[in-house]
Design a protein around this ligand. Structure first.
Ligand code: HEM
Length: 284
């Protein structure tokens, strides 16, 4: 099975042109397979939040924490939903034609592409200057959490650290989305002058045939990768035990008990006080 498609340039050379659409079906299949495998595994796996007794003790020790704790401020939530809408439009406009549903997709696609690009640029500035930038990244500091999580997955009751604001899985997912998202956005922006948008002068010749091929192939690879990643993300968002997180992406906050059940207070310090939506410590 060929994973890439080749064509002849006007000078008779073989150049890459596109990815093979069988990769799209492979990514869709991988996403669904992951969903089935994880759902079956969850039937047998232990719950990973703190026990009720442990959480009661923590609640007694943290009585000064507010009842509701802000997890995502309004700006972060708006970014998330604008980005999600753009992402869905991009995925459907790109792959419905591949699945046999033909329509004039390119115009919807590039417009959603510009919305996604603008929302990502906005997110980079917002996260760098107004949010706790390092809370989402992974590094060697996470090895104790990784060990503890793996042991818990295998049914051991281990005292290792709970996550800070974002669990390890979420942070690894964010990394994968950063790589594929930046890949699809940079190649997509390179492709804009190749089509008729009315925004920039059309010039399909500013890259060589070989570079165009690489651009289309990289765009296609990142795009099919996003199919599997988006399925996995939606699957976790709708799982009942994750609703408290999904709800916080709509309403903004979680309860004090959820905070203590799932997080390590020292790794995600929250300002104490009566406010119904306390800001995490260190944030304006
Ligand atoms: C979820 C994100 C995205 C996915 C899944 C996706 C997928 C695709 C796919 C599969 C193609 C066809 C590639 C080919 O024929 O080899 C394509 C083309 C294209 N995409 Fe995207 N894309 C995404 C994001 C973007 C973004 C962010 C932009 C612009 C900023 C963009 C602009 C374009 C353009 C201009 C084309 C070329 C259309 C043509 O040549 O007729 N895409 N995209």
């Amino acid at each position: 099975m060929d994973l890439l498609r080749w064509g002849r340039s006007p000078w008779g050379e073989w150049v890459l042109t596109h990815v093979s659409w069988s990769l799209f079906w492979a990514s869709l299949f991988a996403g669904v397979l992951f969903f089935v495998a994880h759902a079956s595994y969850m039937l047998f796996s232990a719950h990973r939040k703190r026990s009720a007794a442990e959480t009661d003790a923590l609640e007694a020790a943290h009585k000064n924490l507010p009842i509701k704790i802000e997890r995502h401020n309004l700006t972060a939530r708006l970014f998330h939903w604008v980005m999600a809408a753009a992402m869905f439009v991009l995925l459907f406009t790109a792959f419905l034609p591949v699945a046999g549903i033909k329509f004039a997709w390119v115009q919807w696609h590039w417009i959603a592409g510009l919305v996604l690009t603008a929302s990502i640029l906005f997110h980079i500035v917002h996260a760098t200057f107004f949010l706790d930038f390092w809370s989402i990244w992974v590094g060697p500091k996470d090895i104790p959490e990784l060990k503890a999580e793996l042991l818990r997955e295998f049914g051991h009751e281990v005292p290792g650290p709970k996550p800070g604001k974002y669990p390890l899985g979420n942070r690894l997912y964010h990394l994968a989305i950063v790589v594929t998202g930046l890949g699809v956005v940079t190649t997509g922006m390179l492709m804009i002058p190749r089509i008729r948008t009315g925004l920039v002068a059309r010039n399909p010749y500013y890259l060589t045939d070989a570079t165009w091929g690489l651009t289309y192939v990289s765009h296609g690879l990142a795009g099919v990768g996003l199919v599997g990643l988006v399925i996995a993300h939606v699957y976790f968002a709708v799982r009942p035990e994750k609703w408290w997180i999904t709800k916080s992406m709509i309403l903004g906050s979680i309860t004090r008990r959820q905070y203590l059940e799932h997080h390590e207070p020292s790794r995600w310090p929250v300002r104490s006080g009566p406010s119904s939506a306390a800001k995490p410590a260190g944030q304006a």
